[in-house]
Design a protein around this ligand. Structure first.
Ligand code: SF4
Length: 255
């Protein structure tokens, strides 16, 4: 019988031959698969589904055990595939020269984006009672449309709160070297651009979602306005740091 590792590898390689998939579509998406419009074109998504199939209903503990097991298998298979490629290319992985990785110094923009995530997390936590109270009021008057509107806006704000900081950070990795490298034959700088672009998209969506609350919750107007200003500043600085970033074509999404 096929082991988990064999199953993981076989299904991954089978799916990779699917011509309907967009290579690299998962590199500059927002990783919000439940809301993604491109699942049928995404190897990551389809493979995750494949691995979930047949697992049936499980308790939360079993689900978590399964999650860590999948991670372990994924790493093992990845390592195995790297070793196979190295052998094919005649590279001895035990004899690779030590590389000195440049130290990354966090830029003020990265710090600002990370700080936004922390502040938003704390704000949402502190305002739980207020949010609950508003939800209860809507239930009382049976206002389903507003309930859905607020729930959707809240999900967007939560999903992107730490995502923005992570992508702004990635956008700055080796930025100057890559940007100014005339021999960037693998176009590594495109990774900075793609990361900056998805960060900007996440910022715009977060701002739209925050404006729903800004219009309706007068009591929280000041707080929300501060968040809007912070996001707007981060976006502006990203546009300045990455000229032409919005022209970058994210595979599958912008073609
Ligand atoms: S492209 Fe869509 S389905 Fe694939 S990983 Fe990203 S969000 Fe998920």
């Amino acid at each position: 019988m096929e082991s988990k590792k064999e199953h993981f590898k076989r299904t991954l390689l089978d799916l990779a031959n699917n011509e309907n998939l967009v290579p690299g579509i998962y590199n500059y998406c927002d990783r919000w698969c439940e809301r993604c419009t491109m699942t049928k074109k995404c190897l990551t998504y389809l493979h995750e589904q494949e691995m979930k199939e047949g697992t049936g209903h499980k308790s939360p503990d079993e689900e978590n055990k399964n999650f860590w097991e999948q991670i372990r298998v994924a790493w093992e298979v990845t390592m195995e595939m790297i070793e196979e490629d190295a052998e094919r290319l005649n590279i001895d992985l035990d004899d690779v020269e030590d590389m000195e990785l440049p130290e990354h110094i966090e830029t003020p923009l990265e710090a600002k984006a990370k700080e936004y995530g922390t502040k938003m997390y704390n704000w949402l936590d502190e305002n739980q009672p207020f949010i609950k109270e508003q939800a209860e009021k809507l239930v009382m008057i049976n206002d389903e449309a507003s309930m859905i509107k607020y729930k959707d806006a809240m999900e967007v704000i939560q999903w992107y709160s730490s995502f923005i900081g992570a992508k702004v950070h990635r956008a700055h990795l080796d930025l100057e070297e890559r940007k100014n490298d005339p021999n960037d034959e693998f176009n590594i700088y495109s990774d900075n651009l793609g990361s900056a672009k998805i960060a900007i998209i996440a910022i715009e969506r977060s701002m739209d979602a925050l404006s729903v609350f800004y219009n309706d919750f007068k009591e929280k107007e000041d707080d929300i306005l501060k968040f809007l200003v912070e996001l707007s500043t981060i976006k502006k600085q990203l546009l300045q740091t990455f000229p032409g970033v919005m022209e970058f074509k994210r595979p599958g999404f912008d073609d």
